[in-house]
Design a protein around this ligand. Sequence first.
Ligand SMILES: Cc1cc2nc3c(=O)[nH]c(=O)nc-3n(C[C@H](O)[C@H](O)[C@H](O)COP(=O)(O)O)c2cc1C
Length: 391
Amino acid sequence: MKNITCIEDLRQLARRKVPRAFFDYADSGSYNEETLRANRADLEAITLRQRVLVDVSERSLATTIVGQKVSAPMILAPVGLTGMQHGDGEILSAQAANDAGIPYTLSTMSICSVEDVAEATGRPFWFQLYVIRDRGFSKDMLARAVAAKCNALVLTVDLQVIGQRHRDIKNGMTVPPQIRLANIIDVATKPAWAWSILNGKRKTFGNLAGRVKGMENVNSLAAWIGTQFDPALSWKDVEWIKSIWPGKLILKGILDADDAKTAVKLGADGIVVSNHGGRQLDGAPSSISALPKVVDAVGSDTEVLFDGGIRSGADIMRALALGARGCMIGRAYVYGLGAGGKAGVAKAIDILTKELSVTMALTGTNSIKDIGPQVLVNGAGKKTSARKRKG
Ligand SMILES: Cc1cc2nc3c(=O)[nH]c(=O)nc-3n(C[C@H](O)[C@H](O)[C@H](O)COP(=O)(O)O)c2cc1C
């Protein structure tokens, strides 16, 4: 990984190493990908304020997120089918996160099960829940997450129905991968990937197989989600989940200040300002443009996390400057995984951490709690609740 210097390098390497159907699954957004592009464009449009001759020799990236000590303000985001980017992808990602001292979030739609990850890491991690029509499954899933010692629950609320990703349909994305001529040719040129998948613990959805009907062979993920995910999901379900989940509860997928207020009223410990990485409502605002209003709507008792388009340490700085407590990292680490397994995830985390550290230095900032609107060129006079950040 010597010549890998940025997240885009990992993306290019993943493109070469991972079969097209799975690379595209990770890389793409819904419909015209307008929101996907806006996530990046709006981050890049925020200019940082260069400051000089400040002693920045004692910088620290350490902070806390929902009460947990972390070495940097980052969390690996829940990503479905991580184990199809590289065999045992969830375990390897969780291990890389542990080594780096940041939380890992396991998706309901993972290949390795919650028990697999608990056994292989021996350390607490976060669990992300999708509520499906069968509420019995959700209740059982939460009990399994408790038994696996998951120390925070991320309830994703922006996927009652699925946004279409054109590339998934065109590529015939299935789990496990379908034997079609085009796939065979593609896989034949990716032997390291094939070897890792063959040697991986599982080839299908570890949390669901054997527990939810039809999970062994998912011919169309989108069609399966269409029949199983519950469009009737409502705030009442959040109350129900809050009543049965003993730990921290984080609602992920909030973009609107009114929704954020309701989440706070229902006692969420955290919310994630997110548009699902531009994979759901195409035409929705970029996450970063939605962040300040949500931060202002939320009091200081609920932590606001952010995701969508983070590809550099400077991006993390921008989100923190606008009031985020920490950032979930999605594709940036998934590219790392596809590029080089555990070492690739570690590389992605290392790149983001080092870039954030240098960005802090060059904006004259020594600690995470000192990051506020004053690090932005147009931010000094802005009224934002970034000032509410607690130590
Ligand atoms: C391939 C892929 C799969 C995802 N699967 C899930 C999932 O299972 N659950 C979930 O809450 N979010 C999921 N997300 C959304 C991420 O958690 C996160 O919100 C998003 O990736 C952030 O944007 P970024 O990729 O630009 O960093 C997925 C994202 C990607 C790219």
